[in-house]
Design a protein around this ligand. Structure first.
Ligand SMILES: [Fe+2]
Length: 196
């Protein structure tokens, strides 16, 4: 049964010292900063891997723009320049998310070279790259769904980007079905019409 403080048992010194100890604990807590939380290790590893994929995409489009400039597809070159810039933004946003969560991004080494046999080959490769990345981000969402809803939402933005990219390259591939891809003139007209 709980003891009641009666007039007889009231010990002012004891209570004062208890209050003092309580205050000391409060003051200690007040000057002790909380260590902020980070992302779970698995999620950190996944995001660092995607960071590598975004840089891979950046180098892919840089090579694509260079190739288009070299063979004189100026409109396609300008288009791929923009794609490369977009990939850098995607990489930046992943790094910002990691640092927001008190983690230091671990930028992976990635493949920087890429060769193209023609504009159709380039578009085929771009489609495959974007499709594969859509699969990766979609798989990441399935893994993260229950463990970390905030990161699930963050990755949703990347799934949306990938859906847009896949749709865009699908359009180019569909347009290529309409022309004779062995005809240089058809390819020139394709470049002018779709990248103009
Ligand atoms: Fe991207």
């Amino acid at each position: 049964m709980e003891d009641f403080v009666t007039f007889k048992s009231f010990d002012s010194d004891k209570i004062e010292s208890q209050i003092e100890r309580g205050m000391e604990t409060l003051i200690e807590k007040a000057v002790e900063p909380i260590v902020p939380k980070a992302l779970p290790k698995e999620i950190e590893l996944t995001l660092n891997a995607r960071l590598g994929d975004e840089y891979t995409a950046y180098y892919f489009y840089r090579n694509a723009a260079n190739w288009c400039k070299g063979v004189n597809f100026p409109k396609a070159a300008a288009f791929f320049e923009k794609e490369a810039a977009g990939e850098l933004e995607h990489a930046q946003a992943i790094q910002d998310y990691l640092t927001q969560w008190n983690l230091y991004p671990d930028i992976p080494a990635v493949e920087t070279g890429r060769a193209f046999l023609g504009l159709v080959d380039l578009i085929n490769q771009a489609y495959e790259l974007e499709w594969n990345l859509l699969q990766k981000y979609s798989d990441d969402q399935k893994e993260i769904f229950r463990d970390h809803p905030a990161t699930f939402n963050f990755i949703q933005g990347y799934v949306d980007i990938q859906v847009g990219e896949v749709a865009e390259y699908s359009d180019y591939l569909n347009a290529l079905q309409l022309i004779d891809t062995r005809s240089k003139l058809d390819i020139l007209m394709f470049e002018d019409k779709y990248f103009g």
